[in-house]
Design a protein around this ligand. Structure first.
Ligand code: FES
Length: 199
């Protein structure tokens, strides 16, 4: 086969593979809690910031984007969730986010976020690096019943985190989940990878 023919064949394969990935991305968006959004063009460079449009994000909905090959969760908290975060302290290992390596200074607050309604958290367990499962349902019987106000459960060794990514006491994970640098470009656009200019 000539070099030109091989090149054409390779190009056809790349085109069809890209189409399949696109179709999978659209399918995930319809999933109510955990979905993957196609990254913006910025994500094509491994170290580049990633933009995510949250204009259609609904309360309780979580989407996942890749930034520097790490999964980043972006989800919307409703009023009940925000109020519940203020009742969790006695169950948490680091409720005030005193471990400074786990978040930027602008996310050192009860919600670990710039805007209490929107959470941006790296979805990697701080124990041995598994990806915790999103469990937003209040009162889940397998996670503590009435004491469970929604959060994340790591299936590998049972660590639990609240909906601000704060780790529960007495679990294998030693620290809160990491908050990446990010800022709001506008009310509906978040840029992950770069903090606010003022910070
Ligand atoms: S990796 Fe999450 S609890 Fe061990």
């Amino acid at each position: 086969m000539s070099e030109q023919a091989i090149d054409l064949k390779k190009r056809r394969f790349i085109t069809s593979a890209t189409s399949v990935v696109g179709a999978v991305g659209v399918g995930f968006v319809a999933w109510p809690f955990l979905s993957t959004w196609m990254p913006s063009a910025r994500a094509k460079s491994a170290s580049a910031p990633v933009d995510i449009n949250i204009s259609k994000l609904e309360n309780g909905q979580l989407v996942r984007v890749l930034w520097r090959k790490k999964p980043v969760w972006v989800f919307k908290r409703d009023k009940t969730t925000i109020a519940n975060l203020n009742t969790m302290n006695s169950m948490l290992s680091d409720p005030n986010s005193d471990e400074t390596s786990q978040q930027p200074t602008y996310a050192k607050n009860a919600y670990r976020s710039i805007n209490p309604n929107i959470a941006v958290i790296i979805g990697i367990c701080t124990h041995l690096g598994c990806s915790p499962t999103y469990r937003p349902e209040i009162g889940a019987a397998d996670l503590g019943g009435d004491l469970w106000k929604g959060g994340f459960y790591c299936p590998c060794h049972g660590s639990k985190f609240d909906l601000a990514g704060r780790v529960f006491s007495g679990v294998p994970a030693p620290t809160n989940l990491i908050i990446p640098p990010y800022h709001f470009v506008s009310d509906s656009l978040i840029r992950i990878g770069i903090g606010p200019k003022a910070s």
